[in-house]
Design a protein around this ligand. Structure first.
Ligand SMILES: C[C@@](CO)(OP(=O)(O)O)[C@H](O)COP(=O)(O)OP(=O)(O)OC[C@H]1O[C@@H](n2ccc(N)nc2=O)[C@H](O)[C@@H]1O
Ligand SMILES: Nc1ncnc2c1ncn2[C@@H]1O[C@H](COP(=O)(O)OP(=O)(O)O)[C@@H](O)[C@H]1O
Length: 309
């Protein structure tokens, strides 16, 4: 089969951030089987990088390297592969398109930081540019929602409120940069398992309210208030499944964090720090304490999936 003529640059490169949930309210389950959420996402400076190159029509492939990739299948079940096929199918003609992708992962797998969603978002953007498809960002974000509740936010980035399944997004005004320390666990937690445990602990879900104090703290750049109002309804379920997380959270607070939270369904814990120096000091203390497999310093907010030259 002849290789098609590749329009535009030969290699498209996309950088895509991890997220943390500064607030995560979890309500009941809707007819679609998903829990209603009110969440505040923030994209942080821990990135996966995806490249996409033309391949023969009908050939779709992915090769992964970096953080935790032995745990992720490089086949059609991979979220980036599903994204590439979906965008080809919707904006094709699919039969004329092919892609060879690589992903360099830094976002922990099954860490509550939307690493798979990030790769899906990166693939949507990279393939639409590579194939020169007539899809705008809004349409790609909507398509992303079919792949996973977190995918639209991985495309948008910044700080945003998510409602519905977490995929109906409104950007949030924030002042200044936030300094976070992440404690990355040895073994991930499955999102569906954590939601199931949540249902056992909180039948019917929690009341969903706008996290007004947290939004005010973001708007005014008040880190102390932000630290106080971090909240996650899934934390109890995640800690119940992985009791060691409580020790990790306690250690971060004891060592001076302004606030501590389990990110999403966990098990990554995020600690808010007053400034960069405090973040350096906290990461050294947490590293020495051995409460996590790895400790990372990140900043937020950062942009969502972006082309890089
Ligand atoms: C919990 C959150 C918080 O941001 O993030 P993670 O901890 O996974 O990063 C998200 O809601 C996860 O989003 P994402 O990981 O994209 O979820 P999906 O792939 O769409 O769904 C995986 C499973 O999680 C459950 N799920 C997810 C979202 C939602 N609003 N209600 C749910 O009940 C369902 O069991 C679903 O089958
Ligand atoms: N490209 C990918 N990167 C990471 N995980 C992926 C990917 N594709 C599919 N998955 C699957 O998605 C699951 C959730 O992974 P991830 O998105 O990293 O975590 P979380 O939902 O906790 O944020 C993993 O267990 C993995 O099997």
């Amino acid at each position: 089969m002849a290789t098609p003529v590749a329009p535009g640059p030969a290699t498209i490169r996309v950088r895509v951030p991890a997220k943390i949930n500064l607030a995560l309210g979890v309500g009941g389950v809707d007819a679609d089987g998903y829990h209603r959420l009110t969440t505040v996402f923030q994209a942080v400076s821990l990135h996966d990088e995806l490249t996409a190159q033309w391949d023969e029509p009908g050939l779709f492939s992915i090769a992964m390297s970096g953080e935790g990739t032995d745990l992720v299948a490089a086949d059609d079940s991979n979220l980036a592969m599903r994204a590439a096929r979906l965008v080809a199918e919707r904006f094709g003609p699919e039969s004329a398109l092919g892609v060879r992708m690589t992903v360099k992962k830094s976002i922990p797998v099954a860490g509550g930081m939307a690493g798979g969603s990030a790769d899906a978002a990166a693939a949507l953007l990279a393939c639409s540019v590579l194939w020169d498809l007539d899809a705008d960002l809004e349409e790609l974000r909507e398509l992303g929602g079919e792949l996973g509740a977190d995918v639209p936010f991985s495309m948008l980035g910044g700080t945003a409120i998510g409602t519905g399944r977490g995929d109906e997004l409104v950007p949030v005004l924030t002042r200044g940069a936030h300094h976070w320390v992440l404690a990355v666990a040895d073994v991930g937690l499955s999102t569906p398992t954590v939601f199931r445990r949540f249902d056992e602990l909180q039948p019917g879900g929690c009341d969903l309210a706008m996290p007004t104090e947290l939004l005010n703290a973001l708007a005014s750049g008040d880190s102390v208030a932000l630290g106080r109002h971090l909240h996650n309804d899934l934390a109890e379920a995640a800690i119940d499944l992985r009791p060691q997380l409580q020790q990790t959270l306690d250690a971060g607070l004891e060592f001076g964090a302004l606030g501590a939270i389990v990110s999403g369904s966990g098990p990554t814990c995020a600690f808010l720090c007053r400034n960069e120096e405090s973040a350096v000091a906290l990461s050294v203390r947490l590293g020495a304490e051995g409460v996590a497999r790895a400790v990372r310093r990140v900043r937020g907010p950062v942009p969502g999936a972006r082309l890089i030259s």
